[in-house]
Write a protein that binds this ligand. Structure first.
Ligand SMILES: NC(=O)c1ccc[n+]([C@@H]2O[C@H](COP(=O)([O-])OP(=O)(O)OC[C@H]3O[C@@H](n4cnc5c(N)ncnc54)[C@H](OP(=O)(O)O)[C@@H]3O)[C@@H](O)[C@H]2O)c1
Length: 342
């Protein structure tokens, strides 16, 4: 094999306010598949996953994750194929999932034992390992099972319901015998959530721009109130849900995407936590590694059996990644946002 050109996208600057295309830069490096050192593995990335957490990493300040260093390849989950290996654990042709970043090729060092995982694509499509059978699916599983803890007959609401995490949450809640209600932006996404994913109802928050109207729509969709909430958005959406929560309701605070670009997201009625005796708990999926094998096993079996549905938005080519990422932060994606790199 000849030396390969590796296109990469690095973080060029940190956003002030909204992230923009100028924050990213496309660069090239080279990689020689015939010059691997003992233990190294070279992967050709087929798909890159774009995820909301990347926005937090572009900022300077540390939140729960370290900031992305300037000038370095943007962090990101990838699936691909081993094209050269001097590591006995991986053979050429193996399909793998890893954290390959925003680039076409990933060189994995011998000591990086945990960064690559072989996957079986016989019954589960390769891209699903970045979505329903990957980090987003496990996020849904962990938040639902450890915080919301839904019981049959209860009502569970999830925001960003057509997305990678939200779509799985509602289907898992349905499988537990709950009433699953989504909140999503626009009639097309809401129709997908009910008609394709099988939720019982979906509220279009874009048709209800103020708290009173949104809470009213939720009341109609949740006639017995809300017992569990899986929150991905925050702000007005969370305020409306809290107004409809039943006593002793549980809220898994998974994300607050409506504030990721720096918008203020105050909570309108924090006293409801007391008055309705709510449990509101945040969580980070990477801090629940012991649960991943069970979650991935269950999610993989459901996808293979056609009992867990999902949708993907696929941008073409590495150069399209920044635009697609900014779109994700504005809800332009419809389902799991991926970038096809091959
Ligand atoms: N805690 C964890 O460990 C963890 C792990 C993974 C993900 N998450 C969080 O889970 C949430 C969903 O992630 P995902 O990967 O599944 O993404 P996603 O839902 O596939 O895509 C993001 C969706 O968020 C909605 N959105 C974007 N901007 C919004 C805004 N300003 N106001 C309201 N909604 C907005 C859009 O849907 P609409 O068009 O319907 O508004 C968009 O499609 C995010 O908050 C993410 O940070 C947390």
């Amino acid at each position: 094999m000849t030396t390969l050109v590796n296109q990469q996208i690095v973080l060029a600057s940190r956003p002030t306010g909204e992230a923009t295309l100028d924050n990213f830069r496309l660069v090239e490096s080279s990689v020689d598949p015939d010059a691997l050192a003992e233990g190294q593995v070279l992967v050709r990335n087929h798909y890159l996953s774009l995820d909301p957490y990347m926005r937090g990493r572009m900022n300077e300040g540390k939140s729960y994750a370290q900031p992305q260093p300037l000038g370095e390849v943007m962090i990101g989950g990838t699936v691909g194929e081993v094209i050269a290996s001097r590591n006995p654990r991986f053979a050429v042709g193996d399909r793998v999932v890893g954290m390959g970043g925003w680039q076409q090729y990933q060189l994995v060092e011998a000591h990086q034992r945990e960064v690559l995982r072989k996957v079986d694509t016989t019954h589960v499509p390769l891209t699903a390992y970045l979505g329903a059978v990957g980090m987003p699916g496990v996020t849904a599983w962990v938040g639902l099972h450890t915080i919301v803890e839904p019981k049959a007959g209860e009502t569970v609401v999830v925001s960003a319901a057509s997305g990678a995490v939200g779509g799985v949450v509602g289907q898992l809640a349905k499988a537990k015998g709950c009433r699953a209600v989504g909140i999503a932006g626009g009639p097309e996404k809401c129709a997908f959530v009910t008609d394709e994913l099988g939720f019982d109802a979906c509220v279009d928050y874009k048709a209800h721009r103020d708290l009173k109207s949104l809470a009213q729509a939720l009341k109609a969709a949740c006639p017995d109130g809300i017992d569990g909430c899986f929150e991905n958005v925050g702000g007005l959406v969370l305020d409306a849900v809290m107004l409809r929560m039943n006593a002793f309701g549980r809220i898994a605070l998974c994300g607050m995407i409506s504030g990721y670009d720096g918008q203020p997201i105050p909570m309108a009625n924090p006293a409801l936590i007391l008055v309705s005796r709510l449990k509101l708990q945040g969580f980070i999926v990477s801090e629940h590694m012991p649960l991943w094998p069970a979650a991935l096993g269950e999610l993989g079996a459901m996808v293979a059996a056609g009992r867990l549905k999902y949708r993907e938005s696929i941008a073409q080519g590495l150069a399209s990644a920044p635009e697609a990422f900014l779109g994700l932060l504005k809800g332009r994606n419809f389902g799991k946002q991926l970038v096809k790199l091959t």
